[in-house]
Design a protein around this ligand. Structure first.
Ligand SMILES: *Cc1c(COP(=O)(O)O)cnc(C)c1O
Length: 406
C-alpha cells in the first residue's frame, strides 16, 4: 500500500491510463483545428471531436449528439452558460430563477451575480438530509419564473435530488430546468430523458478525464431553447460557445465517458461496498460521530462525517497520510463552517467538524481499513485535548451551561 491515500475523488480524479492513451495522438500528430475544412489535419480533429460528442451523449442518453452536446471548459462554465444563457435570452418573459441552498458555488454565485443585475432568485431550503421538496419547487414558481436550477447530486454530502419529480413541475408550467450533474456522472446512471431536464452540466475531471473540459447538454426542442452566449467570438459550438475546442480534452472526456458507461454497474457496487465499510468502521470506532446526507439517496462513493468536539481542520492535520476534505474545497481556506451542512439544519458544532471522504476507482479495501484505524486514533487523541469533551464525559449537559463573558 502506498501513502498518502487519496480519498478526495469528489474534488478531482486522476486521468485513467486508458483515457491518457486515447488523448496522446491528439497532442502531437493529430493537432489540427476542428474547424479547418480544407485539409486532413482539420478533418481528423473534427472526427475526433464528433466521436467524443457521441460518447458523452451515450453516457447521459442524449438523442442528438451533434445538436445537444456543447463542449465547455468544465462544469463551472457549463453552469454559467446555462444560467446566464437562459436568464439573458428569456428576460423579456420574466426575471425569476429558482435554486436551492446546497448548490455548488458555480450555481449560487452566478445566481447572486444575476440578482445584482435585477433578477429575482428564490433559494429553497433543504431538509435534514439535504433534499429539496419538489412541492416546494412547484409552490415557488410564479408567472415570472424562467429557470429552475437544482443539482443532481451534492458535492459534499452526496445527496441525490428528486430531479424527475421537479421536472414534472417544471414541464407543467413550461419552465426550463437545468441540473448540475458534475457529481453524479460516472457514479450513478444519468439519463437526461428519464430525468426530464432541458440543460445538464458535466465535468471531465470528475470521472477520470482531464481537467479543463466539460459539457453542457442542451435539449433539442421545438422551438429551440435559446441561450445567450457568455463567450463570444467565432461561431464555434453552434454559436453557444466561441473559442477553439479543447480537442484533446474532448477526446479524453469522450473516452472517460465510454469507460464510465462500461464500468459503472460493477464499479458503483464495488465502491459502495468500500464506502459502507469505511463509514461503518468509523461510526462504530468512537462516540459522538454522525453521518451527514441522505442514508440511501446518496452517490455511492461519498460519506460525510461530523466528529463532535473535534475541529475539522485539526482532524485533517492529524490525518496527514490521507487526502480528505473539510467543508467544500471552495470554502475550506476560509475556516467557515460548511454552508451545505448548515443548510441541513445542523449547528456550527457539527458543521465545523464535518469531513468528506470520497472514494473512487483506485481505492482498495486495505486503504479503507488503514484509514478507519487512523481515524480511530486521531479522534481519541484530539478528544484528549478537548475541554468540552471532558465535560461531556463527566456528565455535564453543555446546553445548560451559562458561558460568562470575561
Ligand atoms: C467539481 C464541481 C464543479 C466544478 O467543475 P469544474 O469542471 O471544475 O469547473 C461544479 N459543480 C459540482 C457539483 C462539482 O462537483
Amino acid at each position: 500500500m502506498k501513502l498518502p491515500i487519496y480519498m478526495d475523488y469528489n474534488a478531482t480524479t486522476p486521468i485513467d491510463r486508458r483515457v491518457l492513451e486515447a488523448m496522446m495522438p491528439y497532442l502531437t500528430e493529430h493537432f489540427g483545428h476542428p474547424s479547418s475544412r480544407n485539409h486532413s489535419f482539420g478533418w481528423a480533429a473534427e472526427a475526433a471531436v464528433e466521436q467524443a460528442r457521441e460518447q458523452v451523449a451515450r453516457l447521459i442518453n442524449a438523442q442528438a449528439p451533434k445538436h445537444e452536446i456543447i463542449f465547455t471548459s468544465g462544469a463551472t462554465e457549463s453552469d454559467n452558460l446555462a444560467i446566464r444563457g437562459v436568464a439573458y435570452a428569456y428576460k423579456a418573459r420574466g426575471n425569476h430563477i429558482i435554486t436551492q441552498k446546497t448548490e455548488n458555488k458555480s450555481v449560487l454565485d452566478t445566481c447572486k451575480a444575476l440578482q445584482k443585475e435585477g433578477f429575482e432568485v428564490t433559494c429553497l431550503d433543504v431538509d435534514q438530509y439535504g433534499m429539496v421538496d419538489p412541492e416546494a419547487v412547484r409552490a415557488a414558481i410564479t408567472g415570472k419564473t424562467i429557470l429552475i436550477t437544482i443539482q443532481l447530486a451534492n458535492h459534499e454530502i452526496g445527496t441525490i435530488q428528486p430531479i424527475a419529480d421537479i421536472a414534472k413541475a417544471a414541464q407543467e408550467k413550461g419552465i426550463i430546468l437545468h441540473s448540475n450533474a458534475a457529481q453524479a456522472v460516472g457514479k450513478i446512471p444519468v439519463d437526461v430523458q428519464a430525468l426530464g431536464v432541458d440543460l445538464l452540466s458535466i465535468s471531465g475531471h470528475k470521472f477520470y478525464g482531464p481537467k479543463g473540459i466539460g459539457a453542457l447538454y442542451v435539449r433539442r426542442k421545438r422551438p429551440p431553447l435559446k441561450l445567450s452566449p457568455i463567450i463570444t467570438g467565432g461561431g464555434h459550438e453552434k454559436g453557444f460557445r466561441a473559442g477553439t475546442i479543447n480537442v484533446v480534452g474532448a477526446v479524453g472526456m469522450g473516452r472517460a465517458a465510454e469507460l464510465a458507461l462500461e464500468l459503472l454497474p460493477e464499479e458503483a457496487l464495488r465502491i459502495k461496498a468500500l464506502r459502507d465499510r469505511l463509514e461503518q468502521g468509523i461510526v462504530s470506532s468512537n462516540e459522538y460521530i454522525h453521518v451527514n446526507g441522505h442514508p440511501e439517496k446518496r452517490i455511492p462513493n461519498t460519506t460525510n462525517i461530523s466528529f463532535e468536539y473535534i475541529e475539522g481542520e485539526s482532524f485533517l492535520m492529524g490525518m496527514k497520510e490521507t487526502a480528505l476534505s473539510s467543508g467544500s474545497p471552495c470554502t475550506s481556506a476560509t475556516l467557515e463552517p460548511s454552508y451545505v451542512i448548515t443548510a441541513t439544519g445542523k449547528g456550527p458544532e457539527l458543521a465545523h467538524t464535518s469531513v468528506r471522504f470520497s472514494l473512487g476507482r483506485f481505492n482498495t479495501e486495505e486503504e479503507v481499513d488503514f484509514v478507519v484505524e487512523r481515524v480511530k486514533q486521531t479522534v481519541q487523541r484530539l478528544r484528549e485535548f478537548s475541554p468540552l469533551y471532558e465535560m461531556v464525559k463527566q456528565g455535564i449537559d453543555l446546553s445548560t451551561i451559562q458561558w460568562t463573558e470575561s
